[in-house]
Design a protein. Structure first.
Length: 533
């Protein structure tokens, strides 16, 4: 097999035929000499927009492969050497009880899948509900503001990722191709096949619900068990090792292996872990707003056109203010929605999501300002309390709804009274108000300075009628649960995992961390022949 890079194809062409012709041209062979080809990467080159190209990396099977390879001496044409994920070898240490995983977000689910595949028969406890019930609760909340504290946008099967864009891009180095294994599992569970090669793969909220439901079913078929409406409320130790866990303040379960895939919003769980002397530390995060623009405006800026063959355009923006504070776009949702993602009483937090087609009229993105202990205090939970104060202000300023404001009014520090040309595309009710009343001055100043700068990169990014919404407060966990090189906390048998534990950011990195934690358990322990629980 041969790997070929940098094959450029016009976005207006018949892609498969054009790729094949480009392969033949690149290798100087006839079309009939190509037995087979497979796309391994696809990206968009819009640097010379409006001339835009798809750029491909392909794996090709041809006749006389070795003869052809001798003609080339560069990275664009070379022998294909597979680098697939290698499954771990099982350890020999005996365990008496089935491993327990707390949380069914991406890290918890992928950890559970791996353990179930190796016949450990994991138990997954989840404070929220399965997809159908959870979906009903979320839809009801968006219409009525009646919040279920345990089954909402943050909690339930699939975690916060279920109600997200399903973006799968990651910047982590992945020499072992764990991410590829994650994508393969997602595709097996119904994700679009193109996530295996797109530069910016995504699943979409609508399809992600199906993927999560199918992944749950696979785990159950492999011997895993899900227990919903089950909140971890205490842990019991013996000689610095975990021995039991408490569920819902009453039920005790023997436990010697506990994976904490709790997510970044399980604040009550963080406090409980601290009471039990689990080693943790605070970490920086970012807070800010979501800004909505017409998707057509973003497409024209990025592509210099609005061609139907092109996906809804995205962007990534960064800036350092005059005060040396970082401001950046986060979780950008092309053709998406701003959603009420609250999970605590009398507090309001927002997020963004898109469906698979990314076909709403608006693009939205969080624009967030980096904050650290210098801004909110050095005690362990000062970051969480800082988030909570912002969310309480947002709830109050928005009169229980998502507070929104036109950008021109935000700059002038005056309430907005009406919307203009940008339509509000929201999941949840909203109220026109003044977002300046939510944030400390340094955040307001940083956001305005950055948005003005971003307009030099994307024309009209600072347009007067763009809609700002608040508060984007849960960009990442403000806490890291410490773990050693065997992925265990200071209490042996406890494995902090994923975004909530401070080791990931987003669906893919969380899922990768879930697999890494599963590997740590698999490589040390033998699966049990008979379960006691």
């Amino acid at each position: 097999m041969i790997k070929i890079r940098q094959l450029k194809v016009s976005v207006n062409s018949n892609t498969q035929d054009q790729i094949k012709q480009k392969i033949a041209l690149k290798l100087n062979i006839n079309l009939n000499e190509i037995d087979y080809f497979q796309i391994s990467k696809q990206s968009i080159d819009a640097r010379k927009a409006p001339k835009i190209f798809f750029v491909y990396e392909v794996i090709v099977k041809i006749k006389n492969e070795n003869i052809i390879l001798k003609k080339f001496n560069n990275n664009d044409v070379c022998k294909y050497i597979p680098n697939d994920y290698k499954m771990p070898k099982m350890g020999a240490k005996k365990i008496n009880y089935r491993p327990i995983i707390v949380g069914s977000g991406p890290s918890g689910l992928l950890c559970a899948y791996m353990l179930a595949y190796y016949n450990y028969k994991p138990i997954i406890i989840e404070r929220g509900e399965d997809i159908p019930k959870r979906n009903l609760k979320v839809e009801k909340f968006w219409k009525t503001n009646k919040l279920d504290l345990n089954s909402n946008v943050q909690f339930g099967l699939g975690g916060a990722g279920t109600f997200s864009d399903g973006k799968l891009n990651t910047l982590v180095k992945d020499k072992r191709n764990i991410g590829k294994k994650v994508f393969e599992i997602f595709v097996e569970c119904g994700a679009p096949k193109e996530i295996m090669y797109l530069q910016k793969p995504h699943i979409g909220t609508d399809k992600l619900k199906e993927v999560v439901a199918n992944l749950k079913l696979k785990i159950e078929q492999l011997g895993g068990e899900f227990r919903f409406n089950s909140c971890l409320t205490n842990i019991i130790k013996s000689d610095d090792c975990i021995s039991q866990i408490e569920i819902n303040n009453k039920d005790l379960i023997p436990c010697e292996l506990l994976v904490l895939a709790i997510g970044h919003s399980a604040r009550d769980t963080f406090y409980m872990l601290n009471d039990n002397n689990i080693a943790m530390q605070s970490k920086p995060f970012a807070v800010g707003i979501r800004i909505s623009h017409p998707q057509k405006m973003i497409n024209e800026s990025q592509y210099k056109s609005n061609k139907a063959a092109l996906e809804a355009a995205s962007y990534k923006l960064t800036y350092n203010t005059k005060e040396k504070r970082g401001v950046y776009s986060f979780c950008m949702c092309p053709g998406g929605y701003v959603v009420n993602a609250s999970s605590e009483k009398n507090r309001l937090a927002i997020n963004g999501m898109s469906n698979y087609k990314r076909d709403s009229l608006n693009a939205n993105s969080a624009i967030v300002v980096s904050v650290s202990s210098k801004d909110y205090g050095s005690d362990l939970f000062d970051g969480i309390e800082f988030q909570r104060r912002l969310e309480e202000r947002a709830y109050k300023v928005g009169k229980t709804n998502i507070p929104i404001q036109l950008y021109k009014d935000y700059k002038l520090n005056q309430p907005s009274c009406r919307l203009e040309n940008v339509e509000p595309i929201f999941k949840g009710n909203y109220t026109l108000t003044n977002l300046n009343d939510i944030f400390p001055k340094f955040i307001n100043d940083s956001l305005i300075e950055a948005i003005e700068y971003f307009s030099t990169k994307i024309p009209n990014f600072n347009r007067d009628d763009s809609i700002l919404a608040a508060v984007e407060s849960r960009t990442s966990s403000p806490i890291r649960i410490l773990r050693d090189n065997k992925f265990q906390s200071n209490i042996k048998g406890i494995y902090p995992c994923g975004e909530g534990a401070g080791y990931a950011g987003g669906i893919t990195t969380s899922a990768i961390d879930g697999i890494k934690v599963a590997e740590a358990i698999i490589s040390e322990y033998s699966n049990i022949k008979r379960g006691i629980i």
